[in-house]
Write a protein that binds this ligand. Structure first.
Ligand code: BEZ
Ligand code: FE
Length: 272
């Protein structure tokens, strides 16, 4: 093994003026070389790798982003979330934003129903507090989820505009509440190279049923997270690794459908 090859390459970036670019590119080279050496990569295998990356690029257009899907399914997206989230044991953990967030949804009244399609009714409610337990008033809560057919509004022309998307404000005591329906699991897109990679490696494409939350309040770190259904068969094998044990909730059967109670805890900016 010739370590000096790696050294020559890393040294070739020695004149890079931007310190951060230099750090990233040198580390990338070191890890790429170590990877090739660890698996004794053959020319044929790397050619197939390049074909795979080329096909991944060709699958991308203005809407479809196959490289993000690759990053998600390799767990890189959630590692980045982990690196860039401020960790505080008392705060709610983050989860992936995903590609289906939409800005500009109109605000609804406390307790409104975001479902314009049939499903099993759920009452979502709880409070938003900070890590000291202080209620966060007037926090903006944005939610979005799939319909029972496993599709988000926007993917599905048969769903009414804005279906299963909501924007709410917390009350003075930090409370939020809205009605919806139980989210449904769905497969990530499998009609591209990432789908082929999942098949070739014996993995399934399912995301366990979840509802996304984005919570913003002045003076607090923004929180992007999701609540995952404990009764979903893929809750322990999410195709994109977004599930964290603390974000798994139980839907409690009640007369009108289900009750889903969940509090969220934000980190004040000055602590982050
Ligand atoms: C989502 O949760 O919406 C999602 C996340 C990553 C890939 C595909 C979908
Ligand atoms: Fe999602």
């Amino acid at each position: 093994m010739n370590e000096s090859l790696t050294q020559s390459v890393t040294e070739s970036f020695g004149q890079c003026a931007d310190a951060r670019t230099k750090e990233i590119v040198i580390a990338l080279v070191r890890h790429l070389h170590a990877f090739a050496r660890e698996v004794n990569l053959t020319h044929d295998e790397w050619r197939k790798g390049i074909e795979f990356l080329t096909a991944t690029g060709k699958k991308c257009d203005g809407i479809r982003q196959e490289f993000i899907l690759l990053s998600d399914t390799l767990g890189l997206s959630i590692v980045l979330d982990d690196i860039n989230q401020h960790h505080d044991d008392a705060a709610t953990e983050s989860s992936l934003l995903g590609p289906f967030y939409r800005d500009g949804v109109k605000e609804s009244a406390f307790g409104a129903n975001i479902a314009q399609s049939d499903g099993e009714p759920v009452f979502f409610h709880g409070t938003v507090r900070d890590v000291e337990g202080k209620p966060v008033a007037d926090a903006l809560i944005e939610v979005w989820q799939t319909a029972p057919n496993g599709m988000y509004e926007g993917q599905d022309p048969d769903q009414p505009e804005g279906n299963l998307r909501g924007r709410f404000r917390t009350h003075a005591d930090g409370a939020y509440a809205f009605h919806s329906i139980k989210p449904t699991s769905y497969p990530i897109p499998t009609d591209g190279p990432v789908g082929q990679m999942l098949v070739a490696t014996g993995r399934h494409p399912m995301r366990p049923a979840h509802i996304h939350f984005r919570i913003d309040a002045p003076g607090y770190e923004s929180l992007t997270t999701a609540l995952y259904s404990s009764d979903d068969p893929s809750v322990n094998s999410d195709a994109v690794f977004g599930v964290k044990a603390s974000l798994v909730i139980e839907y409690v059967a009640v007369k009108e459908g289900y009750d889903a109670a969940r509090d969220f805890v934000l980190i004040p900016r000055e602590r982050a």
